[in-house]
Design a protein around this ligand. Structure first.
Ligand SMILES: Cc1cc2nc3c(=O)[nH]c(=O)nc-3n(C[C@H](O)[C@H](O)[C@H](O)COP(=O)(O)OP(=O)(O)OC[C@H]3O[C@@H](n4cnc5c(N)ncnc54)[C@H](O)[C@@H]3O)c2cc1C
Length: 374
């Protein structure tokens, strides 16, 4: 199958996106090897997020994010049902806390409509009938939004990929690559370094994708976006959740606003906020949650939940968004570059797969597998 090459396909990164791509390629009969720098699956962005299955409300119509989120959401729910992955569909309310946010909420409703997603308008009374503790002038209801156990999802994707013959090498970071006529040669490090010539290489390295792409000889540097990192911290609620749905404020620049998410045990947490980091190398990121950020969380959350009492928030965890637009720049779409974009035969690079990358993962897998078949 891998004419002139050692293997057919090498996927770099075993986060939810790399796993979904490996599963999709292996299921189509491609001989697939996954190399992962960490000792196991899902140690990167995929284990530091809100675990929300997004409806597809916010993204510009026609963008990859909109398309892959809407398609991915349906695929994800179906996959969870058929593979016993714990998930729930509690729905979500977007609250306009004041008159100024009403127009913003109506804008979200229109954008969602263009993406094929219908949101119900809620009066203040409707909203309070659903979530009595929420304060606001009006709201939107998204019944399609859900939550998923992301680690169980990744285990199921790994299992599926392996069932179709994919092999995994952990503790094996891809270090450098070289474009060759037969494909792309990748050198991997770790305890047992090796070099492989693959007919096709897919870079799904999350925060590291731009840095790693720059290590590929023959890939035009101008084609690789500059990475920026925006940290999002979470705080947990120190008492049982008074909410049965997810509750979001109007979005803020760089993120969706400090929202209330629930885990599958019904516990509430708040976040993520947006903190642009000064680091230029993802290996220098500090994931500690600074307890001093709690003050801004109390302010943000009390705008729509005045019942939050002092001392109820405890630092939880933080994740970092793999941005490819810098602070103040317009948000970029997901970037999935193939040979037609950069000229290197057999190479597919994924950049800027931030939210809703978890929701979109199965659709991204099919999209990349489709590129590979062309
Ligand atoms: C704060 C936050 C909240 C979010 N909330 C949501 C949400 O609620 N819903 C949603 O749909 N999406 C959400 N997302 C987005 C979602 O988490 C990501 O889009 C998704 O997890 C990206 O997966 P990935 O596989 O691309 O990246 P990762 O999970 O980071 O996987 C990349 C992998 O590549 C490996 N790697 C890196 N370099 C190398 C190398 N040189 N060689 C080999 N392996 C390497 C890493 O170790 C890692 O395992 C959120 C993101 C953040 C930051």
């Amino acid at each position: 199958m891998a004419k002139g090459a050692d293997i057919d396909t090498l996927v770099v990164g075993a986060g939810v996106v790399g796993l979904a791509i490996a599963r999709a390629l292996a299921a189509r009969g491609h001989e697939t090897v996954v190399v992962e720098a960490a000792r196991g699956i899902g140690q990167g962005v995929s284990s530091r997020n809100s675990e929300v299955v997004h409806g597809g409300l916010y993204y510009p119509a026609g963008s990859l994010r909109a398309r892959l989120c809407v398609e991915g959401r349906e695929k994800l729910y179906a996959f969870c049902r058929s593979h016993g992955v714990p998930h729930a569909q509690p729905g979500k309310i977007i609250v306009a806390a004041n008159e100024a946010q009403r127009a913003q909420a109506l804008g979200i409703r229109e954008r969602a409509r263009l993406n094929g997603v219908d949101l119900a308008l809620l009066s203040r009374e409707d909203m309070q009938a659903m979530e009595p503790e929420i304060e606001g002038v009006m709201g939107l209801h998204s019944p399609l939004t859900g939550i998923v156990d992301s680690h169980a999802l990744m285990l199921a994707l790994q299992g599926e990929a392996e069932r179709h013959g994919a092999a995994f090498a952990f503790g094996a970071p891809a270090l450098a690559g070289r474009a060759r006529p037969e494909g792309v040669e990748m050198s991997c490090g770790g305890g047992a370094p090796f070099t492989l010539l693959a007919r096709r290489v897919v870079l799904a390295a999350g925060l590291s994708s731009p840095r790693l792409a720059r290590m590929i000889e023959g890939l035009p540097q101008a084609n690789v976006p500059r990475a920026s990192f925006a940290k999002g911290s979470y705080f947990a609620l120190a008492r049982p959740s008074p909410f049965s749905r997810l509750v979001y404020p109007a979005p803020e620049p760089g993120g969706l606003g400090v929202h209330i998410t629930l885990d599958l045990a019904g516990r509430a947490r708040f976040g993520p906020d947006v903190e642009w980091l000064d680091v230029t190398d993802e290996r220098d990121i500090d994931y500690t949650v600074d307890p001093r950020r709690a003050e801004a969380f109390y302010d943000a959350v009390r705008r729509y939940w005045p019942g939050l009492r002092d001392g109820e928030l405890t630092p939880d965890y933080a994740g970092v968004r793999p941005k490819i637009s810098a602070r103040g720049e317009p948000q970029r779409d997901f970037v999935i570059h193939g040979p037609q974009d950069h000229g290197v035969a057999g190479l597919v690079c994924l950049y800027g797969i931030e939210s809703p990358g978890l929701t979109s993962s199965l659709a991204i897998g099919d999209y990349v597998a489709g590129m590979a078949s062309r």
